[in-house]
Structure formats: C-alpha cells, structure tokens
Design a protein around this ligand. Structure first.
Ligand code: RIB
Length: 297
C-alpha cells in the first residue's frame, strides 16, 4: 500500500520573538532561520517516519530545491515534486518565548496545480492507496473527485480553514483530521464542546471517521462505523520549544496506523507521543521524530 501526499511545500521563515507582534506594533526579532515546511511536506515526512511507503506530489519554485532534498533524506519519493520558474510557497512564522506561533502564508507555486498534473500523479496510484490532503494547494475538489473515482482512501486535514473547505462535499472524504478551531468552524459548535462537534459533523457526514485534536487537552476520535468515541490525553515528553508542525506530526503518525487498521487507542497514543517530542524541538519538518524514538517512550 502506498501513501500519497498531494500538498504544499513551504520555505518557513521562522522569527524568534519575545511575544507575537500586535496590531500596529513594530517588533525586533531575536533570530531568523529558513527551514523546510508546509503542511504537505511536514505530513509526508511524518508518514514516512511512521513507516509508510510515502510519495509527495507538489510544486516548488527556483528557490525550493532544499525542500525536495529534505523529503528525500526522509525516504519520501519525490518523483511528483515538480519545479517551476516561479517562487516557492513560504510561511512567515513568529515563535514566541513559550513556543507558541503565528503564521502568514504565501501560496506561490503551491497554488499552481493543474488538471494535467493531477491526472499524471493519480495515474500512478491504485484502489486502497492513501491520499492525504491539506488546504494549502489549489484544485482540492478535483483531486478528491478523481482520487475517489479510483478507489483511493482520502484523508483531509482542512487546514487552514477557509471558504474552499466549506465548498467541498465532505461525504467524499474517508477521514477528517482537524483541530478544535477547524472542528468548531465546520460544525458550528463551540470549540469547548469537542464531543458535540463530533456528533454534529457525524450527523452530516456519517461515513467519515473523525479525528479532533485539542492541543494540551489531547484528542478525540469517532469511528463512523461503530460511532464509538476514543479519547487520548496529550503526552508531555519534552519541554515546549516550538509547537509548529506538532499537528502535522500527529496527523502522519495517526494515519500510518489508521490505514493499516491498527488498534485505535494504541495509534492515538503513538501519535500523541510523536507530537509531544516534536514540540520540544525547533522547526516543523525537522522536529518530527523517528518511529524508534516514539517507541522508546
Ligand atoms: O503546520 C505547520 C506548517 O504550516 C508550517 O510548516 C508552515 O509552512 C505552514 O504551512
């Protein structure tokens, strides 16, 4: 079984700041570093580190070769990462002294996906292969329709949440992996009521497995077949340095077990440990632990 991440590759410009800049404020940063990121790239690295045979499809610009390199260093197949004569996507990330972040995105080449590229990529995948999508590229609706028609298993992380996600028919998705803010927006239920969020979304899309991550409060999962709800506390492994990419780490590790139908509670615990390690390290993709590191906890 293969896993395909059709998604974003970003250059993350990470600024260390004492606090997140306020409206109207000009703030000096303490440090700047350019790191590999993008929800697509991060989740591809996490899936691969969690043991999946992982392929990445996406678009980089003239400045993005190091994004392809980091994927290859992490055993992700980059045959479908194409290079354009444009500017790669990037993210301006402020990380404060508590490790919290705020992110501004520039889509760049991530938003230049075309129908021929979709057809070329999907022609290499079969029924039962996993497709993982986020909301940082264009043409999501077409990718989902074509992948479903082939019988691929479609996972969506609807992040960042915006009108594009609202327009999608989520009945075409097999598993939705969202945080509490995205869950609240999709369901219209307060983010303080996670199980109510799951009930509401299940009421509309009852063939979709639902994973809701809750930051420090852990995660909750609803299996659509049994309607059983599973809960997992967050697992503190390292002191928090940088939370960027923690959700991507959780997503990759959880899906690697979910697609193989491993026991739910066990894979939720494994994903929580993986993200608990990631928050203790700087950066997004470079903070993702190996399966061995996770299994040692
Ligand atoms: O989820 C973290 C990622 O969000 C960062 O790597 C950044 O590129 C943005 O896409």
């Amino acid at each position: 079984m293969k896993a395909l991440v059709f998604g974003s590759l970003n250059i993350d410009y990470v600024y260390s700041v004492d606090h997140i800049v306020m409206q109207g404020e000009t703030l000096d940063s303490n440090h700047l570093i350019a790191l590999p990121g993008g929800k697509g790239l991060n989740q591809a690295v996490a899936l691969s580190k969690a043991g999946m045979n992982t392929f990445m499809a996406g678009l980089i610009g003239k400045d993005g070769m190091f994004l392809k390199d980091i994927l290859e260093e992490n055993q992700v197949d980059t045959s479908y990462v194409k290079r354009l004569q444009e500017t790669s996507g990037h993210a301006i990330i402020q990380v404060d002294s508590q490790g919290k972040n705020s992110i501004v995105l520039y889509g760049g080449t991530n938003r230049m996906v075309t129908e021929p590229l979709i057809d070329e990529v999907l022609s290499q995948f079969d029924r039962g292969d996993l497709l993982l999508l986020q909301n940082e590229i264009n043409m999501l609706d077409s990718i989902i329709l074509k992948a479903k028609a082939k019988g691929m298993v479609v996972a969506l992380n609807p992040s960042p949440m915006n009108g594009t996600v609202e327009q999608l028919d989520l009945n075409d998705i097999d598993i939705l992996i969202m945080n509490e803010v995205e869950g609240a927006q999709i369901s219209g239920v307060s983010s303080d009521e996670p199980e109510q969020i799951l009930e509401e979304i299940y009421g509309r899309y009852n063939s979709v497995d639902l994973m809701l991550t809750l930051g420090k409060a852990g995660s909750v999962f609803m299996d659509h077949e049994t309607k059983q709800i599973f809960r997992q506390e967050a697992i503190d492994v390292l002191p928090i340095i940088d939370t960027t990419g923690a959700g991507d780490t959780f997503t990759g590790f959880f899906l690697a077990g979910w697609i193989k139908r491993e026991e739910t509670q066990q894979i939720m615990r494994r994903a929580s440990i993986a993200s608990g390690i990631a928050v203790g390290r700087k950066g997004a993709a470079i903070s993702i632990p190996t399966l061995d590191e996770v299994n040692q906890i």
